[in-house]
Design a protein around this ligand. Structure first.
Ligand code: AMP
Ligand code: GLY
Length: 443
């Protein structure tokens, strides 16, 4: 469509934001990224405003006549960036502070789930560590999950095999100053067993557009071993969610949640991310996030054929009902996260990264930057954090996409770079099982 170009502001600095900026630029938008990274600098204009600086973001959107702002991470949402933009008459994609409590408070999330009669783990909520401990002592010794109520940068969840581990987790939440705010409430919940999948929906509060299902890889090392991370890779679509299961997830989980929020006078606009466990009793909610998943977003954006800008505009204007369902490219996408030495602990920053151009030159490959910046004197690219790159490839099958993603990974080098080698393997094995069960069926 010809016409004046639209100006979009993407807030954040990770692989998710690079992928959003890349897609929006492909849709014809002029993109500003705050603060962005070395990858987003090649797509649009990086502006040095931090995601936590809400007045700075408002000023930027105003002074640069931004048409719509898209928020990547959860912290500014929970802090009320959407409320502030709306009060200033600025268009923004994302939930208000109250609606973002679906991610910001696990107790609030459970209340909404209860209200919508949405399947989730049974739980108890405690205001003090002492009460949580008394409860654990009194009940049967069994696996549980101990969670801080508030945001804790992904560190506030402890999956515990037994009572002793659960008591230790409560003691950590109560004793470690980093949890001082998040652990004002403590949840103890039933441990669910099964396979984890991620399903996201874009919603204007009434209509929902469900996005293809993915699997993340949270553990640091191959075979799901090692410490938990922000996600070491993702693939899309996952064959563990077929059309029938997707319909069930929509009707039993996503739609009732959106309705429960509206009935509670907390309508949700933006991306609702459901972390689900596929249990023997069906899909159950582990958590909701109020934003795109990372690295899920990187794989999704490479498969989205329709205009993301159009979907975002329709969401912000509460007109999602009126647009055609998004079209997805056939085939699959695989994202492999390349991390820096030491991640998920401390990493040394500033190491030069080589081979980015060679990798990006491969067909069907995009190298999204997750934590990079320009090197000294603006020369080259250096690492600037733990999850450093999100190397993403598409292919006609998961196996092909995986092959391409790792071909790209092999072309990229820096001191201490590492990645998981088994991203998408579960999905590929499942594809093979399904093919064996149904010879001749298209895969
Ligand atoms: P959350 O931040 O709530 O998503 O939890 C982080 C991770 O902990 C999830 O991705 C799951 O792997 C695990 N987890 C959370 N809740 C449960 C549960 N009730 N049963 C088993 N695993 C869980
Ligand atoms: N990949 C999971 C998340 O973004 O929280």
């Amino acid at each position: 469509m010809a016409g004046p170009s639209r100006r979009v502001l993407v807030v954040g600095s990770g692989g998710r934001e690079h992928a959003l900026a890349w897609k929006l630029a492909g849709d014809g938008a002029e993109v500003l990224i705050a603060p962005g990274n070395a990858g987003t600098a090649r797509i649009g204009e990086n502006v040095a405003v931090k995601p936590g600086d809400i007045p700075g973001l408002v000023e930027l959107a105003r002074s640069r006549a931004v048409d719509v702002t898209v928020i990547g991470p959860e912290a500014p949402l929970v802090a009320g960036v959407v409320d502030t933009f709306q009060a200033a008459g600025l268009r923004i994609f994302g939930p208000t502070a109250r609606a973002a409590q679906i991610e910001g408070s696990k107790a609030f999330c459970k209340q909404i789930l209860h209200r919508g009669d949405v399947p989730t783990a049974m739980y108890r909520e405690f205001r003090t560590a002492k009460r949580a401990q008394e409860y654990l002592e009194a009940r049967e010794d069994m696996p549980v999950v101990v969670k801080a109520d508030g945001l804790a940068a992904g560190k506030g969840v402890f999956v515990c095999p037994d009572r002793a581990a659960a008591l230790a987790a409560v003691a950590i939440l109560a004793g470690d100053p980093q949890f001082a705010d998040a652990a004002k409430g403590i949840l103890v919940e039933e441990r669910l067993d099964g396979r984890e999948v991620s399903v996201m929906a874009i919603t204007d509060g009434r209509t929902i557009v469900t996005l293809p299902p993915l699997q993340d890889h949270k553990a640091a090392h191959d075979g799901d071993l090692g410490p938990n991370t922000g996600g070491m890779g993702a693939y899309c679509p996952t064959p563990f969610v077929d059309a029938a299961l997707m319909a069930e997830i929509e009707s039993r989980i996503l739609v009732p949640t959106i309705h429960a929020m509206r009935r509670s006078h907390v309508p949700f606009q933006g991306v609702l991310f459901a972390g689900l466990m596929l249990t023997a009793q069906g899909p159950k909610v582990l958590e909701f996030n109020a934003r795109f998943g990372d690295p899920e977003c990187e794989a999704l954006m490479m498969l989205l054929d329709s205009s993301l800008l159009e979907i975002i505009d329709a969401t912000v204007d509460r007109k999602l009902e009126g647009i055609d369902p998004p079209v997805w490219k056939p085939g699959a996408a695989v994202t492999v996260v390349m991390a820096s030495e030491g991640y998920p602990g401390e990493v040394e920053k500033g190491r030069p990264i080589r081979g980015l151009g060679d990798a990006a030159a491969l067909d069907g490959v995009e190298v999204f930057h997750a934590a990079t910046r320009a090197g000294p004197d603006g020369q080259g690219v250096v690492n600037n954090g733990g999850r450093t790159l999100a190397v993403t490839a598409v292919g006609e099958s998961l196996a092909r996409a995986k092959l391409r993603a790792y071909s790209a990974v092999r072309r990229i080098r820096w001191d201490g770079a590492w990645c998981r080698k088994d991203i998408a393997n579960k999905g590929i094995d499942r594809d093979h099982e399904l093919a064996a069960a149904e010879p001749g069926a298209p895969r």
